[in-house]
Write a protein that binds this ligand. Structure first.
Ligand code: ADP
Ligand code: ZN
Length: 718
C-alpha cells in the first residue's frame, strides 16, 4: 500500500471515508476515483488531509481505480467545503455539482467550424465574392450548417468557398479568439473603472469589485474590457447571468466584439453540447464561459476572472438540492482561486453595499448613462385618481403615451409580472375559487394553452365549463390581469399594433429568445408585453415608453426584501426606456403614489430608498445587520410534519441573541402535496449560526417520512 487518502463520496448521505492507495496507483487530491462501499462501487473525489488516523491502515479498503476525468482543483475543493459548511449541506451533495453528468461521457466529436479568411483570396464569380463579403460582415466561426442557417446559402455554395480558401477551419472549438473585432472607445468613467479591473487582472489575486452604475451606463463594456485582458493573457473568464433568457443578447454582443462565441453552460443546452462544453471548459480550451449559477462548480483550470452580471437578482439563489446563493459563492470561489470578481448591477442589494461599507468590496461607479442618453422621466400614475375604465388595466395617462409612441413609430413595453391570462378564476354563483389540489395556491388561467395551471407544481386542467364547486354553468370569471389579458386589451384599443407577449411560456429556448430580439430590433414588433423576462439586459433603441401596469404587485407579499425587490425590478424595467438617442418615459401605475418607494423611483433617488430600507433593517436586526436561516419541515401527511416540527421545537437552540420563531405553517402550507411548516432563526452578525443549526439537527431524530431543509440567508419566505 502507498498510503491512505480521505475520499469524498458523491452521495448526499455519505461523506468522507478513508481508503488505501494501492501500490502503483498515482492518486493526488482532486482526482476522481472509484471506491468500494459495501457491495457497491461508488464515485468519489480524493481529498486533502491526513484522514481519520484512528482507523488502522490495515483495515482500509483500497481505491479501485482513478477515473480519466479532469481533477477537482484545490480552489474548487475549498469552495465545495465552504458551501457545505456555510449552507449546512452535505459535502457529497455539493461535490456532485462539480461532477455533472456531462463530465462523465466522452465528448462527441465536434463538427468543424469555419471562419472567413482574412485577407480574402480573390474570388470569382462576383456572386461568390458577394457571399464571402456577407459572411465576413457576420464574422465569427461557425459550422457550415450554422453558416447556412445564417445566410441561407446552400452547403454547395459554402463548400465552394472552402475550396476557394475563403472559408478556413477555425482554430479551436468553443471559442478561441479568431479576430478581435470592435473595441469601443470608453468614456472617462468607464476608463477609470476598466483600469481598476485591468490592474486587478494583471496583478492577479483576490479583488472583489462592485461595478455600480445605472442601467445603460456601460457596465457591460467595462467588464468586457477586463475579459479581453483575460483572453489575451490566456486565462479563463466565467460570466454568470441570472437567467437563460439573457444569454442570447449577451452572446450576440460578445461575438460582435470578440469575434467568437463563449462556451455556454446552463440547463437548456443539449446533453451533447454540454459534454462538448464541459470538455472545452475543463480542458482549458474555452477562454470564456457564460452560464447560470451551476457554472460556479465547473473545473476551470486557468480561471482568472469571475463576473456576476445583474448581481442583485434573486435568481442567483438556488432553492432546491443544495440551497446556496450564487452571488456569494462566486466571491468565495474567487477568493479560493485568488482571482478578481466583479458584481455588476444598477441596484445592488443591501448585503452587497454593506460589504462595500465595510471595505470588503471595492466599488467602481459609473454615474451616468453612456453617450449622454438620459435616464427616462418617470411619471407616477395614480390609480385612485385616474383609474382605467372598468375591465381595463391601462389608465388614461399611460394610454395616451402609448398612443403617441405608436403614432411616432416607436416601441412600447408593458411590464406585468404575471404569466397567463388571469391569476384567479372564481365562480360568480357561489364565490368558489379554483385552487390547486397539490398546493396552497390558486390555479392560473392560461388562455393561450386553454388550461388552468399551478405555477408551483405544474398541475394543469382544461378550463372547466361549469363551476367544480356548485355546478353552475357559465359562471366562472377571470379575476385580475395577466399578460395575456393585457394583450387582449391592447388588441381591442390599438388594433393595428403588432404585439409580442414575452414570458417563460412564450419564449422557452435561447433560439426563441434570439428570434424575438431580432424581431424587435427589426421593428416587426410595436408593443412588448412581458414579465421580468423582459425587464433586463435587452437594448432596444426604438423603445421609448415603458408602462409598469401594477407597480404595487411586488409589495403585496410583504417579506423582508419586498421593497428592495420592487425597487430593483421597477428600476430595471424603467431602464429599458430611452437607451439610445430618443428620450424615454416611464409610467408607474400605483395605488400609493405618495409611498416613499414610489417617490424614490420617480426621482431616481436610490440613496433615499436605501437609507430608509437600511434604517428599517437595522432596527429589526435583519440582514445585513443580523443573520437569518430558515428550517422547512415537510411531509405528505400533515400530522407527520407537525410532529416533526414539534420534535424540532423541543430542541430549538438557546443561545445568547439567537431567536427561533415558529414553527408556523408556511405561506405555501401545502406544496406538491407536502405539508410544510417553517422555523425562522435570527442571530446577531458575529454568531456561528451554522454550528447551532448543525447541533440542532443532530439532536433530533426525525421519522423518515419527514424532511427538513435548511435555508441559510433565505431569499424566499414562502
Ligand atoms: P449597462 O451594462 O450598464 O446596462 P451597457 O454596457 O449595456 O450598459 O451600455 C449601454 C449602451 O451603451 C449599449 O448599447 C452599449 O453598446 C453602449 N455603450 C456603452 N459604452 C460604450 C462605449 N464606450 N462606446 C460605444 N458604445 C457604448
Ligand atoms: Zn400546485
Amino acid at each position: 500500500m502507498a498510503g491512505r487518502v480521505p475520499v469524498l463520496l458523491l452521495d448526499h448521505r455519505l461523506g468522507f471515508l478513508d481508503y488505501a492507495v494501492p501500490e502503483g496507483l498515482a492518486c493526488a487530491p482532486g482526482d476522481v476515483v472509484e471506491v468500494p462501499l459495501g457491495p457497491r462501487r461508488v464515485m468519489g473525489i480524493a481529498w486533502d488531509g491526513p484522514g481519520d488516523r484512528a482507523l488502522p491502515e490495515a483495515r482500509l479498503r483500497p481505491i479501485l481505480r482513478r477515473l480519466d476525468l479532469p481533477p477537482v482543483g484545490a480552489a474548487l475543493r475549498q469552495t465545495i467545503a465552504w458551501v457545505a459548511d456555510y449552507y449546512v449541506a452535505s459535502p457529497g451533495h455539493v461535490a456532485r455539482m462539480a461532477l455533472p453528468a456531462a463530465a462523465l461521457g466522452a465528448p462527441p466529436r465536434e463538427p468543424r467550424r469555419f471562419r472567413v479568411a482574412e485577407p480574402l483570396p480573390s474570388l470569382r464569380p462576383a456572386a461568390r465574392r458577394a457571399l464571402a463579403d456577407a459572411l465576413l460582415a457576420h464574422g465569427g466561426s461557425r459550422t457550415l450548417a450554422q453558416w447556412r442557417e445564417l445566410t441561407g446559402a446552400s452547403l454547395a455554395r459554402l463548400g465552394g468557398l472552402v475550396a476557394a480558401g475563403a472559408l478556413v477551419v477555425a482554430d479551436r472549438a468553443d471559442g478561441t479568439p479568431v479576430a478581435r473585432r470592435t473595441v469601443p472607445t470608453l468614456s472617462l468613467p468607464q476608463q477609470a473603472a476598466a483600469a481598476a479591473l485591468l490592474a486587478a487582472v494583471r496583478e492577479g489575486g483576490f479583488h472583489p469589485f462592485l461595478l455600480d452604475g445605472v442601467t445603460g451606463s456601460g457596465k457591460t463594456e467595462v467588464y468586457l474590457e477586463a475579459i479581453g485582458a483575460v483572453i489575451d493573457r490566456g486565462g479563463q473568464a466565467l460570466v454568470l447571468l441570472p437567467e437563460i433568457a439573457l444569454t442570447a443578447p449577451f452572446l450576440r454582443r460578445f461575438e460582435a466584439r470578440f469575434g467568437f462565441r463563449p462556451a455556454v453552460w446552463h440547463s437548456s443546452v443539449t446533453p451533447a453540447a454540454r459534454r462538448r462544453a464541459f470538455a472545452a471548459i475543463a480542458g482549458g480550451a474555452a477562454p470564456v464561459v457564460v452560464g447560470a449559477r451551476s457554472a460556479l462548480f465547473l473545473p476551470l483550470p486557468r480561471l482568472a476572472l469571475i463576473v456576476v452580471d445583474e448581481a442583485h437578482e434573486a435568481a442567483f439563489k438556488q432553492e432546491e438540492g443544495v440551497f446556496y446563493h450564487g452571488r456569494d459563492v462566486a466571491v468565495v470561489r474567487a477568493r479560493a482561486e485568488g482571482v478578481p470578481v466583479v458584481l455588476a448591477t444598477a441596484t445592488p442589494g443591501l448585503e452587497t453595499l454593506e460589504n462595500v461599507a465595510r471595505g470588503r468590496y471595492r466599488r467602481l461607479e459609473l454615474p451616468d448613462r453612456f453617450g449622454g442618453a438620459r435616464l427616462p422621466c418617470v411619471h407616477l400614475v395614480d390609480l385612485v385618481k385616474t383609474p382605467p375604465a372598468r375591465g381595463d388595466w391601462i389608465a388614461p395617462p399611460l394610454a395616451q403615451a402609448i398612443e403617441g409612441a405608436l403614432a411616432n413609430g416607436e416601441q412600447v413595453l408593458l411590464f406585468l409580472n404575471r404569466r397567463g391570462y388571469a391569476p384567479l378564476t372564481l365562480c360568480r354563483a357561489c364565490g368558489a375559487r379554483i385552487a390547486c389540489p397539490n398546493c396552497t395556491a390558486w390555479l392560473v388561467d392560461h388562455r393561450l394553452e386553454q388550461r388552468l395551471l399551478c405555477h408551483h407544481c405544474g398541475y394543469a386542467v382544461p378550463r372547466p365549463a361549469a363551476c367544480p364547486a356548485c355546478g353552475a354553468g357559465e359562471s366562472l370569471v377571470a379575476s385580475g390581469p395577466g399578460v395575456e389579458r393585457l394583450a387582449e386589451e391592447v388588441a381591442r384599443r390599438w388594433p393595428g399594433a403588432r404585439v409580442a407577449i414575452v414570458t417563460s411560456d412564450t419564449v422557452r429556448t435561447q433560439a426563441e429568445a434570439e428570434a424575438l430580439v431580432g424581431r424587435v430590433l427589426a421593428r416587426e414588433v410595436d408593443l412588448l408585453i412581458g414579465t421580468q423576462l423582459l425587464a433586463k439586459g435587452h437594448d432596444f433603441p426604438e423603445l421609448t415608453v415603458v408602462g409598469v401596469v401594477d407597480a404595487d404587485l411586488g409589495l403585496a407579499g410583504g417579506d423582508l426584501r419586498a421593497g428592495e425587490r420592487t425597487f430593483q425590478q421597477v428600476a430595471q424595467v424603467a431602464g429599458r426606456a430611452g437607451r439610445a438617442r430618443k428620450p424615454g418615459t416611464v409610467f408607474l401605475q400605483t395605488h400609493q403614489p405618495g409611498a416613499p418607494i414610489m417617490q424614490a423611483l420617480a426621482r431616481h433617488d436610490r440613496e433615499a430608498f436605501l437609507a430608509a430600507e437600511r434604517a428599517a433593517r437595522a432596527a429589526a436586526g435583519m440582514p445585513p445587520y443580523g443573520r437569518l436561516a430558515a428550517l422547512i419541515v415537510s411531509a405528505e401527511r400533515a400530522e407527520t410534519a407537525e410532529a416533526a416540527a414539534r420534535a424540532l421545537a423541543a430542541q430549538a437552540p438557546r443561545a445568547d441573541g439567537l431567536q427561533v420563531f415558529g414553527p408556523v405553517p408556511a405561506p405555501l402550507a401545502v406544496l406538491r402535496g407536502r405539508h410544510r411548516l417553517r422555523f425562522l432563526v435570527r442571530a446577531p452578525r458575529g454568531c456561528r449560526l451554522q454550528a447551532h443549526l448543525r447541533a440542532w439537527l443532530g439532536a433530533v431524530k426525525l421519522p423518515s417520512a419527514a424532511r427538513v431543509v435548511v435555508d441559510v440567508d433565505p431569499q424566499s419566505f414562502l
